[in-house]
Write a protein that binds this ligand. Structure first.
Ligand SMILES: [Zn+2]
Length: 98
């Protein structure tokens, strides 16, 4: 947790403009991808059980357009309220400044 939260914006699906992930829920996991511990609006995301990947983590998709965003991992021990890590491909998202 070395990077301070970037406040004042939301991430939205690059294909659409709905609210999705809040920048305040972003945290530094050092995995190289933006990580979030909780979607701002759970209706915005869809979790698809994906058994074809080596890590068998559910896939995270945009609930509105089906765009692939990344995967969600659980129980990795990050100091977040949900113990979840939404590992999101930054290409899929756009930061919308307040
Ligand atoms: Zn979308």
């Amino acid at each position: 947790m070395s990077t301070p939260h970037q406040d004042g914006g939301v991430y939205s699906c690059r294909a659409l403009r709905g609210r999705t992930l809040q920048s305040g829920e972003k945290f530094e996991s050092h995995c190289g991808w933006p990580s979030f511990f909780d979607p701002k609006d759970t209706d915005a995301v869809e979790l698809i059980e994906d058994r074809n990947t080596a890590w068998s983590a559910p896939e995270v998709r945009c609930a509105r357009c089906g765009s692939h965003w990344g995967h969600v991992f659980e129980g990795e021990g990050y100091p977040t309220p949900t113990d979840q890590r939404y590992c999101i491909n930054s290409i899929s998202l756009r930061l919308v400044e307040k």
